[in-house]
Design a protein around this ligand. Structure first.
Ligand code: H2U
Ligand code: ZN
Length: 344
């Protein structure tokens, strides 16, 4: 008999429509073994060398204003630019390229160099949610922008270039791969079952509750059944809302609250400022009706069993199928038992 906590098995990711291999017998109890704690990171409130702190200069001769809340600017090293020449190459069906326009921005969450979402005040994070919603709508309203991806890389391990609390926004001419895959899965599920996949998934998770971490009136955090990263979570809107443009002020505050809760739990799991990549998935802005979309956020953190042991997607995972050892259920238990208050 298949025992999810003991038997090697594979699980189905219905959003990306692919399998993940789970080998629970390899480490049945993720919190066994030594937890190494690196020296506490002491950061100043203001860093004269930080290119995101108020009043400092950035690349290309720009100087940040003395901002007091959030601060948005066009990325000085933008991966995509709005004025890129258009064209395509189709030498055969095998050598294919298309030009891609885009707009890349950086959003500073706070003038304070030393804060993170977990230890910023709820009002500050609510302001950030307001800016995300504004950027989603402003960039989405541009005629050729079909998708707005808001994402945060937190921690050097995730390739963040700077510890100052910030995120990026990329607005693209085309819908990127993962949102596009999710969109076709959501559409197909609705066609086959007559309901939203994520509304249904949330109902199942709430009924079982073993993978639910925390919730408020508007959002629920679960370790998805099909999680690949050790402490991966999915933040789901409780109601079927397609995007941030539909959030009431209460929902914006609730998103800030739930983000603070999950990031604080993360920090408390290994007593470090937890690295992760996080991003929102919501309706494209291509002018089509997209009632199939259910707003959600993914958190993909690389830490495995201590602050210094990280998971890499290598070997079998690069060549065959993603794999995990600790089960999503034990990760959920670990996150549930971590305090929801900031680490400091
Ligand atoms: P990340 O930490 O997620 O890499 O985001 C920081 C972004 O800031 C990065 O995309 C940009 C980088 O291009 N940046 C500027 O726009 N101006 C600068 O002076 C330095 C970095
Ligand atoms: Zn700074």
């Amino acid at each position: 008999m298949l025992d999810l906590g003991k038997t090697p098995h594979r699980r189905w990711n219905p959003l990306l429509r692919e399998w993940v291999l789970v080998s629970p017998h390899r480490t049945e109890r993720p919190w066994q073994g030594q937890v190494e704690k690196p020296a506490a990171e002491q950061r100043p409130k203001y860093d004269p060398h930080c290119y995101l702190c108020p009043g400092n200069s950035r690349a290309g001769g720009h100087r940040n204003p003395n901002y007091s809340g959030t601060f948005v600017f066009d990325n000085d090293y933008a991966a995509l630019v709005p004025g890129a020449p258009t064209g395509n190459i189709r030498e055969s069906s095998l050598i294919v390229a298309e030009s891609e326009r885009g707009i890349c921005r950086v959003i500073c969450f706070s003038p304070r160099h030393d804060l993170t979402i977990s230890n910023m005040g709820i009002d500050g994070v609510t302001n950030v949610v307001g800016i995300w919603s504004e950027q989603y709508q402003e960039l989405g309203a541009i005629e050729w922008v079909r998708y707005v991806q808001i994402f945060e890389n937190r921690g050097e391990m995730m390739g963040a270039s700077n510890p100052h609390p910030h995120c990026q926004v990329w607005a693209n001419e085309t819908i990127p791969n993962y949102p596009a895959s999710e969109q076709s899965a959501l559409l197909e599920f609705r066609k086959d079952h007559g309901k939203c996949m994520l509304c249904e998934y949330l109902r199942l998770e709430k009924a079982q509750s073993i993978r639910v971490i925390c919730e408020n009136n508007f959002f629920t955090v679960v370790v998805p059944f099909w999680a690949v990263w050790p402490f991966e979570v999915l933040v789901l809107a409780n109601e079927h809302v397609t995007g941030m443009d539909q959030f009431s002020p209460d929902a914006q505050r609730a998103l800030a609250d739930i983000l603070k809760c999950i990031t604080s739990r993360y920090d408390n799991v290994f007593e470090v400022s937890f690295p992760y990549s996080m991003g929102f998935h919501q309706s494209p802005t291509d002018g089509e009706e997209h009632s199939e979309w259910h707003f959600h956020a993914h958190f993909y953190p690389p830490l495995l069993r201590s602050a210094t042991v990280r998971k890499f997607m290598v070997g079998y995972e690069m060549l065959a199928t993603p794999q995990r050892d600790i089960t999503p259920e034990s990760a959920a238990e670990r996150l549930r038992s971590a305090p929801e208050t900031p680490l400091d």
